[in-house]
Design a protein. Structure first.
Length: 336
């Protein structure tokens, strides 16, 4: 559940506690260039007030009117389809003929939504399964292999920290990256065995470990929803983590360092049981080149590159500035 949908959940609960009628709308299918992904939420209050979005604003006016007049009086969830034809796509402003199907729950359970909110606040992955014939839903534990499903009769939504970011190093850059990644709804683990960083990172929701990086990665069980970023600039720690990470199905693996240091690191990694293909998965130097000079700017560049990898977007921007004596020891994100 991203921060936008968590705000929808909070507001929906608040409205219901005030005695207002609320309908909960979920995107269940999209085609073409639909602007919102499946699982996105919108809540409609009985007086037409809304929070959230299912189409970026394209169909909301019509949706609100239909929810108030047709669906709120109903007893069970209903489905609505927008943009099925080019004419409707043009009418509702859906880009490039995109279409969106939504499920509207006219009577969501207040206690059920409060239970879901508490689980998400505790960073527990949860599966909410809605029966469209009765309108009832169940909430149970989910795992990272679970994903959104809709078959016309049942809807299964995964809520909670589906994506995980594991950072090696608890320095200043890691602190800024933690703040930004928390806002982007990552579950975050920071690993740093060094005595000078024994106090770790003091942010709610961040797990801190003083174990050795390679041991901790094995304990955590890296999967395809995990990213690993090595930020200590200490080969003894970063390389240990990278050896394990590059063998895993992690969707992103990055390491801080200059281009020269990255080349040396890749040569060192060849001495271990890693293939050329595995070593080529390393994003190094870590982060998009945006001319960043400060730790917050570097954190932005790292999260931007990580986001592109998360969504399978090809990274085309790869400027190669001329190396200088000054830049030789600087990470890519700092080089002008």
């Amino acid at each position: 559940m991203d921060s936008t949908d968590f705000s929808v959940l909070n507001t929906c609960i608040g409205w219901m506690e005030q005695g207002r009628r609320v309908a909960l709308v979920t995107v269940v299918e999209t085609w073409g260039s639909s602007p919102r992904p499946v699982g996105s939420w919108l809540a409609v209050r009985d007086d037409g007030q809304v929070i959230g979005s299912v189409s970026g604003g394209c169909v909301e006016d019509d949706l609100i009117a239909r929810v108030q007049t047709e669906i709120m009086p109903a007893s069970t969830p209903q489905t609505l389809l927008y943009g099925v034809s080019k004419e409707e796509a043009a009418r509702f402003g859906l880009p490039c003929g995109g279409s969106v199907r939504v499920v509207v729950e006219p009577h969501p359970s207040l206690e059920g939504l409060k239970h879901l909110r508490s689980r998400v606040a505790e960073k527990r992955m949860s599966l909410r399964e809605l029966d469209l014939t009765s309108g009832r839903f169940e909430i149970r534990d989910a795992n990272r292999a679970d994903h959104f499903r809709f078959d016309g009769r049942r809807m299964r939504c995964v809520h909670g920290p589906r994506w995980r970011l594991i950072m090696i190093g608890a320095g200043q850059l890691s602190q800024y990256l933690c703040q930004m990644a928390l806002a982007a709804d990552y579950q975050i683990v920071v690993i740093d065995p060094r005595d000078e960083f024994a106090e770790g990172i003091q942010f709610p929701g961040v797990e801190f470990s003083r174990g050795m990086p390679d041991d901790e990665l094995l304990r955590l069980g890296i999967d395809q929803h995990s990213a690993v970023v090595a930020l200590t600039h200490d080969p003894k720690l970063d390389d240990m983590a990278l050896i394990e990470a590059l063998k895993s199905p992690a969707f992103y693996i990055g390491a801080l360092g200059s281009r020269a240091n990255t080349a040396k690191r890749k040569e060192r990694l060849k001495l271990f049981d890693l293939s050329e293909e595995e070593i080529a998965r390393l994003y190094g130097p870590v982060g998009l080149f945006i001319g960043a000079k400060t730790p917050p700017e570097m954190a932005i560049s790292i999260l931007a590159e990580l986001t592109a990898a998360k969504y399978g977007v090809e990274i085309l921007q790869r400027r190669e500035p001329q190396p200088t004596e000054k830049s030789a020891c600087m990470p890519k994100a700092l080089v002008q």
